[in-house]
Design a binder for this molecule. Structure first.
Ligand code: UTP
Length: 290
């Protein structure tokens, strides 16, 4: 087992950018090609050796927990019809009994509050956080696997980052960098959505974290930050200087699937990689230039 045993998946957001779909479908169950965003995050965590998952769901989002049930009737029907390929697809996605725990976030008070809702399950161990609406894609070196390996050497807290254009820094949590050694950078400070022109770097935090349990103590203080929400970035910033804190630069692809264009781009990009549908999508794109 990995030194990081447990992952928190905050999926309690309202997903307003995908209305009306998100009236009845959780954003995290929207597919990229044929797998829900949630499945990509779970698979990335499993590739990092993580076997326990805490879903932070919310009112109206029970379908996220249902997704991990064994679909008994479906499995039986597929077996009767000899649909072995489809059965293999289901089996590969299935988590073992007891692997998924769910907690309800009673009010959407922000990402930090969602993470804090997992405190009694996480306990006093380091834990991972994955935001499933950010699809980080590098099948050869999945982001969280790289982070777990780095954490084994560095300890403390670790965030995944990517370089973004200067004109986009105001949309992200931005790292104030210290010493850098290749893909690992010391974090001296963190600023949530800095005003244009004030960002301390172009290193943006991208939805993957390994955190020490002390972050829960900071979140428990209930301080409100940007947008009146309890911000994970603010609680993490309190740990800088008290514990090791590093950023790992992810060099794979990132798709912001919480955003409509990012979601469409992810579908096209991953479809093009697929041997079954890639040729048809490529041919359509070639025949329909913008
Ligand atoms: P977003 O900022 O994308 O918010 O949350 P959202 O509500 O999901 O989507 P929009 O902006 O209304 O379209 C980032 C992540 O944090 C989770 C979301 O589910 C998503 O994974 N989140 C956010 C919570 O779990 N609880 C919250 O109170 C807020």
């Amino acid at each position: 087992m990995s030194a990081i045993e447990i992952a928190v998946l905050p999926v309690g957001g309202m997903g307003t950018r995908f209305l009306p779909a998100t009236k009845s479908v959780a954003k995290e169950l929207l597919p990229v090609v044929d797998r829900p965003l949630l499945q990509y995050a779970v698979d990335e965590a499993r590739a990092a050796g993580i076997e326990q998952f805490v879903l932070i769901t919310a009112r109206g989002k029970a379908s996220l927990a249902d997704y991990f049930d064994v679909a008994g009737e479906l499995v039986q029907t597929l077996a009767e019809r000899g649909k072995t390929q489809e059965l293999e697809v289901l089996a590969a996605a299935q988590l073992p009994p007891g692997a998924v725990m769910t907690v309800r976030q009673q009010q959407p008070l922000g990402l930090g509050h969602a993470v804090w809702c997992a405190r009694n399950i996480v306990g006093r161990r380091p834990f991972a956080v994955l935001l499933p609406d950010e699809l980080l894609w590098d099948p050869a070196a999945p982001c969280l696997k790289q982070m777990v390996e780095a954490h084994a050497r560095l300890g403390g807290n670790l965030v995944a980052t990517m370089e973004v254009p200067a004109e986009e820094t105001h949309r992200y949590g931005i790292v104030s960098p210290g010493r850098s050694d290749g893909l690992i950078t010391e974090v001296r400070g963190l600023v949530e959505k800095p005003a244009p022109g004030t960002a301390p770097s172009r290193l943006a935090v991208v939805g993957r974290y390994i955190l020490e349990p002390e972050v829960m103590d900071e979140l428990g203080k209930g301080r409100r930050g940007a947008g009146g929400e309890i911000q994970l970035t603010d609680a993490m910033a309190e740990l800088i200087g008290r514990q090791p804190f590093h950023a790992l630069t992810f060099t794979g692809k990132r798709f912001d699937c919480g955003d409509k264009s990012g979601h469409v781009i992810a579908n096209v990009a991953l479809a093009l990689e697929r041997p079954d549908i890639g040729p048809a999508v490529r041919a359509w794109l070639a025949a329909n230039p913008a």
